[in-house]
Design a protein around this ligand. Structure first.
Ligand code: NAP
Length: 343
């Protein structure tokens, strides 16, 4: 093997590859097709170009993001043309379409040694695609715009790296080289598996980031309002100040965060927090983890995501009518007058 960024092949889970151990050589002679120029595809395509890597973009007809790629100087081809032209085919597509697009437009044009890359483990963990050639995961631990903006100023994000069992060992070096070229080795590249990445990602989203925190905030807001407290007051306490705490947590860890807040806040949190997240809430978290692990969540999502009553858009529309969302629409223009509304 020509390049050796790891001490052992395959590297055991938990191995961390540092940016200064990795260079661009494995990737340099290869052309990358970015299939899907959305939040993550665009960030990776632009970062690859900044790193001097040859990139083409694969887009469907009349694609808004394809037009954007063209306007940003990318070579834009159909999905199949891009996959055919490239050595590495990065599937930067939503989870719900990756199976169909891969089977219909990509797999038929791949060569046996074509390399398939992903930014999230779902497609492999839940058998949405089958590829016996080289296949790697570089999952940025953060959002696409953060990756793009961070890389532009010499930073980026940490990345989770995985390679399928059937891939040749050098796929690990390619994954590390790719991660470096898109800015995903900042803080390290952490070796994992497609399944671990996917399950921990979904669990974090459901239980903490996009489910648990939102419902916690909503319940607290509603209880304050029920108790006769003003909606704006409740909004500041339960939503606005969340950023302060998450910034401290992100930067200083949980113990460092406590050292930065008042003694009253620290004591109140330490003595009351566990009453909020009681044992039955932990049981609910365990049940959610089991649903993710068994594939029940993936099946439900794939079956319902477009359902006019139970799909994502329908559920989000219903939530937009909540008192919390309405309070946000009143308060936010005062706090961020120059921000364009995303509603
Ligand atoms: N967003 C993030 O910050 C983030 C973070 C970590 C990992 N990821 C992973 O990155 C991958 C891409 O996610 P994303 O958030 O970037 O998605 P996204 O913003 O929704 O973009 C999806 C892209 O796929 C294209 N597309 C959708 N359906 C298509 C089809 N049938 N045929 C061809 N192209 C199609 C869209 O093009 P049109 O303009 O034509 O609709 C768009 O360019 C996912 O695996 C996700 O889990 C994303």
């Amino acid at each position: 093997m020509k390049h050796k960024f790891f001490a052992q092949y395959p590297p055991p889970a938990g191995t961390v590859v540092e940016a200064d151990q990795v260079h661009g050589e494995p990737l340099a002679p290869l052309t990358v097709a970015i299939i899907g120029y959305g939040t993550m595809g665009r960030a990776q395509a632009l970062n690859l170009r900044r790193s001097g890597v040859q990139v083409v973009v694969g887009s469907r007809e009349q694609s808004v993001s394809g037009d954007r790629a063209r306007s940003e100087g990318m070579t834009v081809l159909s999905v199949a043309e891009a996959a055919l032209a490239a050595d590495i085919v990065m599937l930067m597509l939503p989870d719900e379409v990756v199976a169909e697009v891969f089977a219909d437009e990509i797999k038929p044009v791949l060569k046996p040694d074509s390399i398939v890359g992903l930014a999230h483990g779902f497609a492999i963990a839940f058998d949405q695609i089958q590829w016996s050639g080289p296949c790697f995961l570089v999952a940025p631990k953060g959002q696409g715009d953060m990756l793009l903006d961070g890389f532009a100023v010499g930073g980026g994000l940490p990345g989770l790296l995985a390679v399928t069992d059937s891939s040749p060992p050098e796929t690990w070096d390619l994954a590390a080289s790719y991660a470096k070229a898109v800015g995903c080795l900042v803080g390290g590249g952490f070796v994992t598996t497609f399944r671990q990445e996917c399950i921990s990602d979904q669990f974090g989203e459901q239980v903490v980031l996009c489910g648990g925190v939102i419902e916690l905030v909503k319940a607290a807001f509603e209880i304050m309002v029920e108790g006769g407290y003003g909606e704006e007051n409740a909004y500041f306490e339960c939503v606005h100040e969340l950023k302060l705490i998450t910034d401290l947590l992100h930067r200083h860890g949980v113990d460092g965060m406590r050292r930065c807040i008042s003694g009253t806040a620290a004591y109140g949190g330490l003595t009351r927090g566990r009453r909020v997240i009681s044992e039955d809430v932990r049981e609910n978290m365990r049940a959610i983890l089991s649903e993710i692990e068994s594939g029940q969540f993936a099946r439900e999502f794939l079956a319902r995501h477009n359902d006019p009553r139970q799909g994502t858009a329908a559920l989000a529309d219903k939530e937009a009518a909540s008192p919390l969302a309405a309070a946000g629409r009143r308060v936010l223009p005062r706090l961020h007058p120059n921000e364009r509304s995303s509603s």
